[in-house]
Design a protein around this ligand. Sequence first.
Ligand code: FAD
Length: 318
Amino acid sequence: MLRHRGYQVHIYDRYDRIGGLLMYGIPGFKLEKSIVERRGQLLIDGGVHFHLGVDIGGETSFADIRAKHDAILLATGVYKARDIAALGSGLDGIVPALEYLTVSNRKSLGDDVAAFDSGALNAEGKDVVVIGGGDTAMDCVRTAIRQKAKSVSCLYRRDRANMPGSQREVQNAEEEGVVFKWLSAPQAFLGDDKVRAVQAQRIHLGQPDATGRQVPEVIDGSAHELPADMVIKALGFDPEDLPAMFGQDGLEVTRWGTLKIDWRTMMTNLDGVFAAGDIVRGASLVVWGVRDGRDAAEAIDQWIMAAADAPRAAGAGR
Ligand SMILES: Cc1cc2nc3c(=O)[nH]c(=O)nc-3n(C[C@H](O)[C@H](O)[C@H](O)COP(=O)(O)OP(=O)(O)OC[C@H]3O[C@@H](n4cnc5c(N)ncnc54)[C@H](O)[C@@H]3O)c2cc1C
């Protein structure tokens, strides 16, 4: 939208390809990568400048980028994976979901991926246990099935009716051979150097907490082992600490760490710095990212136009 209106638009991304989670998170069987590539090429053809492999807050500072441009849009997503504090969680073979999915996507894009070829992030022939009940967990179980895992189980601490992932995806996964272990949570991971089993406990849903959700309570004496030579942690994502990463202590965040914006202007508390997508909403959906992006583009245009008019308006009064 901004390019259509005649602005020079530069996109900086630490990934080496265009598309964010649409390229490296969402599996190819849900979203064909050729579609994402085509959209990216259309933007390049339209004159949008991409600077890939640029980590803002790393080798390139946020202050440098801000000084170079009239307005900035932060759409950095949420990438801090939630972890499990259970005995043995440091064993080999226990991997974060996004790492697993990214490697799988890279392989399907034709990249040389040592972690896949070595078997470290390849489910083929393995007993796989995925922990979590959201859409990311569903993507992991269905990817593991396609990689020809020996068995794939999904451990979730609530029941089917209370899981955050889509019911359609659960049904798809079941049809493909995934076994769901509802009302189960990991207590420990067993193995010497490498994981060989998950020690799980059964859960009972107790009284609702302040948010209205029933609290999962462990059933004493219910510990049991599930064989596992690969465990995928899919417990959700939180925002990275952007004020610290960007050296901008004054950048305001909510108590969840997402960026605080004025929804009427899409602007953060830093002048000319706008924000959109998951970094504002928390882990969300593509449609909301697109909608926010459009709203932010409109807001940036208005803000730049107002700034351009301001000196003239001030001059007219003299
Ligand atoms: C596994 C998975 C499956 C999903 N499946 C679906 C689905 O089926 N349908 C759906 O609607 N939604 C799905 N989602 C959610 C959806 O992908 C996100 O809501 C959407 O991608 C958010 O867009 P965004 O632009 O805010 O962030 P992202 O898509 O995460 O893009 C953020 C970009 O910012 C870059 N970046 C971050 N920090 C920096 C930095 N410091 N310097 C430079 N670049 C940086 C990243 O490299 C990335 O390219 C899924 C999410 C996951 C994790």
